[in-house]
Write a protein that binds this ligand. Structure first.
Ligand SMILES: [Zn+2]
Length: 64
């Protein structure tokens, strides 16, 4: 039973990681474009910490 529970926990963690990887890959496509790291709404810089947490973020904390 423990094995089954551990497997579903691992599967869930895997899905979370795969989603993160997709977001990072998506962000990397835009990383050398001029608008990267800037909020789409107010053009303020998005803090690095937020970009690390949400690599696909296109809005600053205030506009999100
Ligand atoms: Zn903003």
């Amino acid at each position: 039973m423990d094995t089954i529970n551990n497997k579903s926990i691992n599967d869930a963690a895997l899905v979370v990681l795969q989603t993160k990887i997709k977001q990072i890959e998506e962000a990397l496509k835009h990383v050398d474009k001029p608008g990267f790291g800037k909020c789409r709404k107010c053009s303020q810089s998005i803090p690095e910490g937020r970009l690390l947490l949400l690599p696909g973020a296109t809005l600053c904390v205030r506009c999100a």
